[in-house]
Design a protein around this ligand. Sequence first.
Ligand code: PLP
Length: 399
Amino acid sequence: MSNKTQEIAGLYQSKVMPTYSPSVVLSSGKGVTVRDVDGLSLYDFTSGIGVHNVGYSHPAVVAAIQEQAKAMTHCSNLFINVPAVKLASKLVDISGLDGKVFFCNSGAEANEAAIKLARKWGSQNGGRYEVVTMRQGFHGRTLATVAATAQAWCQEGYDPLPVGFAYADFNDLESVKAAVNDKTVAIMLEAVQGEGGVTPATEEFMKGVRALCDEKNLVMICDEVQAGMGRTGTWFAWQGYGVKPDLFTCAKALADGIPMGALVSNAKFADVFTVSSHASTFGGNPVAAAAALAVIDVIESEGLLAKAAEVGNLFREALQGFVDKYDKLLEVRGKGMMLGLVVDGDPKEVVEALKAQGLLALTAGGNVVRFLPPLVLKEDDLEEAVDMISDALDCVFGE
Ligand SMILES: *Cc1c(COP(=O)(O)O)cnc(C)c1O
C-alpha cells in the first residue's frame, strides 16, 4: 500500500463506522475503468455494485447532471419538477406496466414503499398484510427490508424485527404455495437473485408465482434493484420471463450513482397511495431524474440491451471455459452481464487475486464470485479482462 492509500485508509478506519471493509481508495472513473489515488487503473467489474450500467462518467449523463444542477437541484414534492414527470412516464413506458411511479432514494426505500403499498391495499382487501419472500433473496437494510431478507447474517442482532413476513424457497413453487395463507397479501422476489448467489428464477417458477398471485388475489412484487436497467439484456429482468408483476422496484443503476429509487405499479395499484399516505423529501429529485433520463437515453441510443446479452454471452462462454478447466470451479450462473462463478471454497480468495491482477469483482451468496461489468464493455476490454481472470484463477487454483 502506498503512503497516500495508507493515510486515507487509516482515517477511514478511525472515523467511518465499519459496515464495510474497503482497502482501495478510488479517485475517478471512466467507462469500464477506475483509478485509485496513486493513479493505478483497474477494470471495475462491480460497476459500483450494479450502478454504472452506462460506464463511469458517461458524457451524456455528466452533461445532464451539470445542466440540471445549474437550473435547480431540488424543489420538494410540494411542487412539480419536469425531469421527474418525464422519468415517470418513461419508466411506465419501458416497463410496459400501465400504472404510476413513486420516487425515493434507494433500493431499500423502494422496497419499503412496495411493502407499504401492498399492506395498504391489503388493509382494504380482507385485512391481509403478510409478504412472502424467498430464501437467499436480498431486499435492503431498513428494518422492514431486513425482515423481508430471509438470510440470518442480515438479521442477526436486530430483534425484534417487524412482523408480517414469511419465507419460501426460491424456484420451488410448492414451497411458495405452502407459505401463503389467508393473511398473505403479496409475494416479493428477485427474478435473478443478486446478493444471494446470482441465481436466475426458472421460467416455470416466475409463471407459477404469477398464476398463484392471480388465483389468490396477491400482489406480485419484483425487486429489480440489482437486475434492472438493462443488466440482464432486457430493461427489467422479469421481462425475460413473459410475465408482468403488479409492482416492481429499481434503484442501483437507475440514475448512474445519483441516489434514486423508484416503485412502479400497474394500473390496478396506481392509486393505492393517496395524498399524504407516503412521502419522501428528496424523492424524484430533479438532478437524479435528469441523470436517469440520460441513462435511459444512452441505453436506447447505444443499443445496450442487446449488447448486455451479446457481450454477456461471450463472457459466460469464457467463464465456462474456466469451469471446464478447474475442478474447484463448479458452475457459471446468471443472465446477461450479471454473472456468477460458483467456487468450491472461499470466493474472497479469488476476488483478492483478481484485484492483484487489476480487476475488481464481488462475492455473492458465500461461494460465488460475482461479475457486474458496465454494459458498455467492449469485446477487446472483455478479452483483456478474461486474461486477467485466467491469471488470477491460475494463481489460486493452478498446480
Ligand atoms: C442492493 C439491493 C437492494 C438495496 O438497495 P440499497 O440502495 O442499498 O438500499 C435491494 N434489493 C436488491 C435486489 C439489491 O441488490
